[in-house]
Design a protein around this ligand. Structure first.
Ligand code: AMP
Length: 225
């Protein structure tokens, strides 16, 4: 299954992708994580991306698509994957169709109010080594600012700072929201209420995926998912 999570920054895509990965065993692929990793390792792509990352605008399509293509060619993606943060505009969605050889994608659009999104971003902490996501109030790391998963340093991401958040939200409205119209008529598009707790949001996705996996429900063209 090729799963796509659409939603504003702070809509919970990353945490929900983690939960899907854990239950269904598809790898989570976050283009934000891939970019941050490339920058950290100072690869050729990382050097190109570093000037654009962290400012709230989209990194150039050719950079992100090259990273994604390379990641999707790895063995663990053969049975499917969960995309977190890709596509971010219509041109990327068209490119993804080509990479996927026009096979169907299941798209979850996580809808959240602007108030919820801003509150979540402001309270989000991220591990700078493995990308694990925490929340200052509801899910702090157990040991101060040390990552529970890898022991790395946990802190606020550069682009989660207030001065960058409004730019990210503007970019989302301009570039990413048109993807709703792009996917809406595909037959595999699901609107998810993202304002509740992580468990409440995940339950809605689980409902769709369980039906698709066990081939009982209304998901259309299941053989091709
Ligand atoms: P994220 O971790 O998904 O919030 O992404 C962090 C930043 O990485 C974004 O604000 C963009 O600058 C960049 N980025 C991540 N995914 C993409 C993408 N698909 N296209 C362009 N830029 C991206």
């Amino acid at each position: 299954m090729r799963l796509i999570l659409l939603g504003a920054p702070g809509s919970g895509k990353g945490s929900i992708a983690d939960m899907i990965q854990q239950k269904y065993n598809f790898p989570k692929i976050s283009t934000g994580d891939l970019l941050r990793e490339a920058v950290k390792r100072q690869t050729e792509i990382g050097i190109k991306a570093s000037a654009q990352l962290g400012k709230g605008k989209l990194v150039d399509d050719d950079i992100v698509i090259a990273l994604l293509k390379e990641r999707l060619s790895q063995d663990d993606c053969r049975q499917g994957y969960i995309l977190d943060g890709f596509p971010r505009n219509v041109s990327q969605a068209v490119n993804l169709k080509v990479i996927n050889e026009q096979k169907n994608e299941i798209v979850f659009f996580i809808e959240t109010s602007e108030e919820v999104v801003i509150k979540r971003i402001m309270s989000r902490l991220t591990c700078s080594s493995c990308g694990a996501i925490y929340n200052i109030y509801t899910k702090p790391p157990k040991n101060n600012l040390v990552c529970d998963v890898c022991g790395g340093q946990v802190g606020q991401r550069q682009d989660d700072k207030p001065e960058v958040i409004s730019e990210r939200i503007r970019t989302y409205h301009k570039d990413t929201l048109p993807l709703v119209a792009f996917y809406e008529s595909s037959g595999h598009f699901y609107r998810i209420d993202g304002n509740g707790t992580r468990d409440e949001v995940f339950a809605q996705i689980e409902h769709v995926l369980d039906k698709a996996m066990f081939r009982k429900g209304p998901v259309k063209d299941q053989d091709s998912l």
